[in-house]
Design a protein around this ligand. Structure first.
Ligand code: APR
Ligand code: PHB
Length: 393
C-alpha cells in the first residue's frame, strides 16, 4: 500500500515529535514511523534540564502550556566536593540566563498531545523500516504495519530514530566517520515521590563516586549514583541506594535527605558519540541518531532540540523558495554546536566522576580543577555559559 508525504520522520521520540509538530505548524506534510507503542515511548524516564533555547523552541511550537505552568526555573547549581557544598550562580555568570527543570517524559507527553490535537500522522509499531534512494530527489521508505507491507514516498527523510535506529545504519561506511568514548562506569537512577533535598541540583564528587540530586517537581525527586558498568538494579534495593547517597553527600546535606519508596530505577551507561556527517543526500540525522552525550551536562534533549531547530528551518527555506543551501549546510552547522556540547559533557563527566584507573595524580588534578573552578570568575563563567546553553545562531 502506498502513501505520500513531504517529510518522512523515522522515530517518534522527542526529536521526531518536535520535528513533526514544527513542520505541520508551517504547513509541511509529514508522517512519523515509530517502532514502539506510544505507552512504551512515554514510559522512558530521562534527564530533566532544559536550556532557554529549548524553552523558546517549545514555546514557538505551541507545546509549552504545561511547561510554562509547572517548569521550575533554576538560577544556579551546587557542586559538592571535599565534604563542602558550593554554589555556581548560573544567572550571574552567564549574563542573566537560567535553565528550567521539566522532565523529558513530560515534554514527550505534551508533544503527543499537541500532535493529537493537530491530527498529526503517527504510525506506531512499525517494523522492518528500510530507507531507499536517499541520494535521489524521490526517496522512499518501506516498512511493515498491521501485518501489511507499506511504502511511504517522500522528498526528505528525518532520521530521528535514536542511537540504535536504522537511519545512521543506512549511511555507506565509506562516508560515515564516528567518534566514540565509552566511560568506565554507569549511572543508577532513582525516582521517588519525595520532596527534593534542595531548591537546586547538587552535583557531587566523592571518593566512592559521583552522585546527583535532581528533581521533577516540588514533590518528586530524581537521584543518581555512579556505579560500575554491568551493575544489576536488583542489587540496589532502596535502602542501599539511600544509604550510599547519604555517604556521598556532605554531612549536613545528608541530614536533610527525605527518603521514600522508589517509583522507577534503572542503570544507564555513559557514552560520548558523534557521527559525521549528519546528512546523506536527502536523509538527515537528528538527535540521538547522530550523537550521544553522557548525562552529566544534561545536554541530550537540548542538542536534539537544536538539531530540530536547524533542520526544520532549512526544510522551511527549501519548501518556501526551493533553495537547498541551508539543507546542505545542516550537518556542519549542527555539528559545530554538537561538538561544543560533547566537549562540555565530557569535561563535566571528567571533573565529577571517580575514574577507576586514575591513580593519585589523577585525583589531585581533579580536586585542583574543582578548587580552581571556585577560585576563578573566568572558570565559573565558562561553566555557566555552557550549562545554560550556547547560543543557537
Ligand atoms: N524504526 C522506527 N522507529 C525506530 C527505529 C526504527 N528502526 N529505531 C528506533 N526507533 C524509535 C525508538 O523506538 C524511539 O522512540 O526512534 C525513537 C528515538 O527516540 P530517542 O531514543 O528518544 O531519541 P531522540 O528522539 O533523538 O531523543 C533524544 O533522548 O536519550 C535522550 O538524552 C537524549 O534527551 C535526548 C533525547
Ligand atoms: C535529571 O534530572 O534527570 C538530570 C538532571 C541533570 C543532569 C542529568 C540528569 O545533569
Amino acid at each position: 500500500m502506498g502513501m505520500q508525504t513531504q517529510v518522512a520522520i523515522i522515530g517518534g521520540g522527542p526529536s521526531g515529535l518536535l520535528m513533526s509538530q514544527i513542520l505541520q505548524l508551517n504547513g509541511i506534510d509529514n508522517v512519523i514511523l515509530e517502532r514502539q507503542t506510544r505507552d512504551y515511548v512515554l514510559g522512558r524516564v530521562r534527564a530533566g534540564i532544559i536550556e532557554q533555547g529549548t524553552i523558546d523552541l517549545l514555546r514557538s511550537a505551541d507545546v509549552a502550556d504545561r511547561m510554562n505552568r509547572d517548569g521550575l526555573v533554576h538560577e544556579g547549581i551546587d557542586i559538592a566536593f571535599a565534604g563542602e557544598r558550593q554554589r555556581v550562580d548560573l544567572h550571574k555568570y552567564s549574563g542573566g540566563k537560567t535553565v528550567m527543570v521539566y522532565g523529558q517524559t513530560e515534554i514527550t507527553e505534551d508533544l503527543y498531545e499537541a500532535r493529537d490535537k493537530m491530527v498529526g500522522k503517527i504510525l506506531h509499531e512499525v517494523s522492518d523500516v528500510e530507507l531507499h534512494e536517499v541520494t535521489s530527489q524521490n526517496p522512499y521508505v518501506t516498512f511493515k504495519h498491521e501485518n501489511q507491507e507499506k511504502r511511504l514516498d517522500c522528498q526528505f527523510i528525518a532520521g530521528c530514530d535514536g542511537f540504535h535506529g536504522v537511519s545512521r545504519a543506512t549511511f555507506p561506511c565509506s562516508i560515515l566517520k564516528t567518534y566514540e568514548r565509552v566511560y568506565p562506569f554507569a549511572w543508577l537512577g532513582l525516582l521517588s515521590e519525595t520532596p527534593p533535598i534542595s531548591d537546586e541540583l547538587i552535583y557531587v564528587n566523592h571518593k566512592n563516586g559521583f552522585a546527583l540530586c535532581s528533581m521533577r517537581s516540588e514533590t518528586r525527586s530524581r537521584y543518581y549514583l555512579q556505579v560500575p558498568v554491568g551493575t544489576d538494579v536488583n542489587d540496589w534495593p532502596d535502602e542501599r541506594f539511600w544509604e550510599e547517597l547519604k555517604v556521598r553527600l556532605p554531612d549536613q546535606t545528608a541530614n536533610e535527605l527525605i527518603t521514600g519508596p522508589s517509583i522507577e530505577n534503572a542503570v544507564a551507561p555513559l557514552r560520548s558519540f558523534v557521527a559525521e556527517p549528519l546528512s546523506h543526500g536527502r536523509l538527515f540525522l537528528v538527535g540521538d541518531a547522530g550523537h550521544i552525550v553522557p548525562p552529566t551536562g544534561a545536554k541530550g534533549l537540548n542538542l536534539a532540540a537544536s538539531d530540530v531547530y536547524y533542520l526544520s528551518r532549512a526544510l522551511l527555506e527549501f519548501f518556501q523558495s526551493g533553495d537547498e543551501t541551508a539543507l546542505k549546510g545542516y550537518s556542519n552547522r549542527a555539528l559545530q554546536r554538537i561538538w561544543k556540547a560533547v566537549r562540555f559533557s565530557w569535561w563535566m563527566t571528567l571533573m565529577l566522576h571517580k575514574f577507576p584507573d586514575d591513580g593519585e595524580f589523577g585525583e589531585k588534578i581533579q580536586q585542583t580543577e574543582l578548587e580552581y573552578l571556585f577560585s576563578s570568575e573566568a572558570a565559573l563563567s565558562v561553566l555557566a555559559e555552557n550549562y545554560v546553553g550556547l547560543p543557537l545562531d
